[in-house]
Ligand binder design. Structure first.
Ligand SMILES: Cc1cc2nc3c(=O)[nH]c(=O)nc-3n(C[C@H](O)[C@H](O)[C@H](O)COP(=O)(O)OP(=O)(O)OC[C@H]3O[C@@H](n4cnc5c(N)ncnc54)[C@H](O)[C@@H]3O)c2cc1C
Length: 398
């Protein structure tokens, strides 16, 4: 039960409506889609047509005019119903936010209505094989081709590099690629965000064989002199200097939404364990009567609720325009939710005994899925580093 102090009436109505939609699809739908090697197209389309996927995007471009508070409620409730939609973290949250805040008028008109109504999706690629957690080390580089000296001569970009673990590139119409430009004047490199269409020549992808039961695949990407028009750069000409700002604008929603993804999944697992613990009886009482089973489930519930509170704080700060405050809270929420989810899933699987590992009960596949929230988009250790340095003022070891 969420108190009115924490959620508005509209937000509570949204939560109830999304939960009802999730329930209509349910876990069986989700696992069926995975087994058939398909994607959750029906759920994605219906959630979008009801305005849930674009709830955070500006109204003038077809969105709901809400914020991360609303979008995180949508993802959490779908996850709690057994349908965690990973692409929600990427398409409306990161890409939608970055374009809405920094895109040119043309980029907004081209992308936002489609991202909002679910007819278009966008993936996000920052991770590189040789950079990993250290995104300062990325080497994907854009160089100018055919740029004239006058403002009116707008040339093209050639983008070259490699990315790894990028989700949903096969189903996304484009991928928002984080690269760097070669700054001709200083020779320095600086981050820049490019919209790369799925079928751009020189843009190739190979799926990574992951131990994950999810509809979204992860890909290794090669960009081999991918030729892009001038307006592929987010923000147009000004985007060259605003790359860092754009990147940070996308990272807070990413962390808040990963928290929502984790909390939803954790709630789903605990609910299944509770169903089981209430009825499974091998001694006098159902196993839920043994404190060794009950307490860890109570603990999991408390940890998920605490993580949800921090997620709500991060979303509220972000929606109020406090990017700095939201940065700290979003990192903490992602950490808390990832840890709570891993522990909730572990305890839920354990509660089912042998059945915890059967396909029929469907919990074992959540063991790997829960770990995603601990490692991505920023690992547990990197959040701890952030809090050590930024919040606690401790020295840096790397
Ligand atoms: C399912 C899945 C989906 C993903 N989707 C996307 C996507 O759509 N787009 C995208 O760009 N990326 C995506 N990623 C990538 C993800 O963001 C990275 O895996 C993550 O940032 C960690 O990078 P890495 O795997 O290279 O690990 P590494 O950086 O190699 O780290 C390995 C281990 O070392 C630890 N470590 C590293 N540096 C330090 C340090 N300084 N101090 C202490 N410990 C440290 C890490 O915490 C980690 O435990 C996805 C990953 C997964 C698993």
């Amino acid at each position: 039960m969420t108190h009115a102090l924490l959620e508005t009436e509209e937000q509570r109505d949204l939560r109830a409506a999304v939960a009802a939609l999730g329930k209509r699809y349910g876990r069986e739908y989700f696992t069926g889609v995975v087994a058939e090697g398909r994607h959750t197209d029906e759920l994605w389309a219906e959630a979008a047509s009801l305005g849930y996927l674009g709830v955070n995007l500006p109204e003038e471009y077809g969105g709901g005019g809400g914020g991360m508070s609303e979008l995180s409620i949508v993802l959490e409730e779908l996850g709690a119903a057994g349908c965690p939609l990973l692409m929600m973290v990427v398409s409306p949250a990161i890409c939608g936010t970055v374009i809405a805040r920094f895109g040119t008028e043309e980029q907004k008109r081209t992308w936002l209505p489609g991202l909002a109504d679910g007819t278009r999706t966008m993936a996000f690629g920052i991770t590189e094989p040789d950079a990993g957690s250290n995104s300062h080390r990325i080497t994907t580089t854009a160089r100018r081709d055919g740029w004239g000296s006058s403002q009116s001569e707008r040339g093209e970009w050639l983008l070259t590099g490699r990315k790894v673990f990028i989700s949903g590139v096969d189903i996304a119409d484009a991928t928002l690629i984080v690269g760097r430009t070669e700054d001709a004047r200083t020779g320095k490199l600086k981050p820049c965000l490019f919209i790369v269409p799925r079928d751009a020549p020189g843009f190739t992808r190979s799926p990574i064989d992951m131990e994950l039961a999810a509809p979204e695949k992860q890909f290794e990407l090669v960009l081999d002199d991918v030729r892009l028009p001038a307006d592929a750069l987010v923000g147009g000409g000004e985007g060259e200097d605003a790359g860092l700002l754009q990147l940070f604008a996308g990272l807070n929603p990413e962390r808040i939404m990963t928290a929502a993804f984790a909390i939803g999944m954790g709630r789903y697992a605990v609910d299944r364990a509770l169903d089981y613990a209430r009825t499974r009886q091998v001694w006098k009482e159902p196993i839920g009567g043994h404190q060794a089973i009950a307490h860890p489930l109570a603990q999991a519930h408390i940890e998920l609720e605490l993580a949800r509170l921090m997620m709500a704080k991060a979303a509220a700060l972000y929606d109020a325009g406090d990017d700095m405050g939201a940065g700290e809270a979003a990192n903490m929420a992602k950490y808390a939710a990832g840890e709570a989810c891993v522990r909730a899933v572990d305890q839920s699987v354990h509660t089912l005994g042998g059945n915890g590992l059967t396909r029929e009960y469907g919990l074992a596949s959540l063991i790997t899925a829960a770990r995603v929230a601990r490692i991505a988009p920023v690992s547990r250790e990197m959040v701890l580093n952030f809090v050590s340095h930024q919040t606690l003022g401790l020295p840096k070891s790397y």
